[in-house]
Design a protein around this ligand. Structure first.
Ligand code: C5P
Ligand code: C5P
Ligand code: C5P
Length: 465
């Protein structure tokens, strides 16, 4: 079946239901997915309840109500169909909207999965939006949330941004008027919220010699360019507020700085998505900062606050989220620093670190991704973390990059296989995957993953062993 047919069938199943329970994931993609679906259904006067879970695992299934509602598993479910089956859920009470690698299962659960259609760069929020649009073609205001989910799950390509069906969704938002696309913009976090020199000082990917990690030096660099960095009242401007010509001047000076130090300029620019309907100088002004705000809410156990923000609530929910965002950013910076200071253990085909109970299991994957570019980027990075509320279980997060994918690596396959061998369970994507394993199987598990990665590298290049 084509993607359009799957989407149509999903929309029909939803419209035929008496009520719907959305079961979604706690990250930016999961929260925006839930907000798209809940708003689309509420507009149709469909009774809808939402449940957020950290991961669809046996313990989480108790949050899935045993009632007559259609259970809409969003941003999860594809890789846990056997669990749904074990839980006694039948095919006519389930719909899966997901973009994770699927699991073979006896019960043919209806689903829309972008991977089934060869689309690797569209997240669950994109699928949710297509389904919502099939229910009501006028609801294109929701495209903005789909862009947040896609950006949050890193679906954009370097340099050209969102592609394929995810790009068409961007166009809906542009048409509606709540998205402005900026191509060749500065690829730096904080372009809507931080004074320009602070923003540049924080930018370390790409690393810009003499500027990264040094906001004062960044300020002197900008002053030498002669651009106006303050507003008439004397307050610092953020990047987004600079005139176009000044932004170009800065970007070309930064490119020259990178070239002068023999560095690649590839990651300096990116396509960014600005939301003109949001207040200026807030993290809601662009897709990347919005996604991080939602991640902060979800990963710090308040996904519903994130969901309220997606529905337009500001006030208390927003103030709560801003606090979580500040905390989130501090903790992930500490996590990265901890990984770099403590150092990783290298195996032939991976590198890993055990962070014990220092950081919550919900954020270690972010640390793995950030550390990879600063360590040996050719070796997939693994972080193991204790689960404070489940001492018998250990969380595993892995991240790799496009280079490794091109050399045969598939982290999802590796973690599914290696975790099953020690009595755990894993899943995810080729480039980013996770697992839960029994706490006393670490060594055997790391050996197993290393062996599988060696096999994967060798299958793509028999000379590389
Ligand atoms: O479960 P889940 O989809 O939430 O995993 C999201 C994680 O996977 C994020 O850390 C995201 O950055 C990463 N990811 C990625 N590239 C992809 C898909 C996911 O880096 N193509
Ligand atoms: O889990 P995943 O690898 O996708 O984590 C990526 C998330 O972490 C993104 O939503 C991104 O906004 C956030 N992040 C961050 N600060 C960074 C890098 C990533 O908050 N410096
Ligand atoms: O938790 P983390 O951000 O590392 O998750 C990376 C990816 O692996 C996500 O897509 C997540 O849904 C998936 N995952 C999984 N099973 C687990 C842990 C993570 O499928 N036990």
């Amino acid at each position: 079946m084509s993607l359009e047919n799957d989407v149509r069938r999903a929309a029909d199943l939803i419209c035929d239901a008496d009520s719907v329970t959305i079961v979604s994931h706690i990250d930016a993609d999961g929260i925006s997915t839930e907000a798209i679906l809940a708003q689309a259904l509420t507009r149709e006067s469909m009774p809808v309840e939402s449940v957020f879970v950290r991961q669809l695992e046996p313990m989480a299934m108790r949050h899935v109500p045993k009632d007559g509602s259609l259970k809409l598993f969003a941003d999860l479910g594809a890789g846990q169909q056997n669990l749904l089956e074990e839980h006694g859920l039948s095919a006519d009470e389930v719909l899966i909207l997901d973009h994770h690698v699927g699991q073979p299962c006896g019960t043919a659960y209806p689903q829309v999965n972008s991977l089934d259609h060869g689309i690797t760069r569209m997240s669950a929020a994109g699928i949710a939006y297509l389904v919502a649009k099939a229910i009501d073609p006028t609801g294109i205001d929701l495209a903005k949330l789909a862009v947040v989910g896609n950006v949050g799950d890193m679906m954009a390509r370097e340099n050209c941004g969102l592609v394929g069906p995810a790009r068409e969704i961007v166009q809906d938002g542009v048409e509606y008027g709540n998205i402005v696309v900026q191509d060749h913009d500065l690829n730096c976090y904080g372009t809507s919220t931080r004074p320009v020199h602070v923003c540049l000082g924080y930018c370390d990917d790409p690393y810009i010699d003499g500027i990264s990690n040094n906001a004062n030096a960044a300020l002197r660099f900008l002053e030498r360019l002669g651009v106006e960095l303050k507003n008439p009242r004397g307050g610092w401007l953020v990047w987004e507020e600079l005139p176009f010509d000044d932004r170009r001047t800065i970007i070309s000076a930064l490119a020259q700085q990178l070239i002068a130090h023999g560095r690649d300029t590839d990651r300096l620019l990116a396509e960014t998505y600005i939301f003109p309907d949001e207040s200026e100088r807030t993290p809601l002004r662009n897709a990347s900062e919005y996604a991080t705000l939602l991640n902060a809410c979800g990963r710090w156990a308040k996904p519903k606050v994130g969901s309220s923000i997606c529905r337009g609530e500001r006030g208390e929910a927003y103030r709560d989220a801003e606090h979580m965002l500040a905390h989130h950013r501090t903790v992930i910076r500490d996590l990265l620093q901890y990984i770099l200071d403590a150092g990783v253990t290298e195996r032939s085909h991976l590198q890993y670190i055990h962070t014990g109970d220092r950081f919550p299991d919900t954020i270690v994957g972010i640390g793995a991704g950030m550390a990879l570019s600063k360590l040996n980027w050719k070796k997939p990075m693994m972080v193991l973390a204790a689960m404070v509320d489940e001492p018998e279980v250990m969380k595993v997060s892995m991240r790799t990059n496009e280079w490794a994918l091109g050399h045969g690596v598939d982290l999802c396959e590796a973690l599914v296989e290696a975790s099953a061998a020690v009595g755990g369970a894993g899943g995810g994507h080729r480039i980013a995957a996770g697992a839960f394993i029994p706490h006393d199987t670490e060594e055997e598990f790391v050996d197993g993953v290393n062996r599988i990665l060696k096999r994967q590298f060798a299958s793509a290049d028999p000379n590389d062993s």
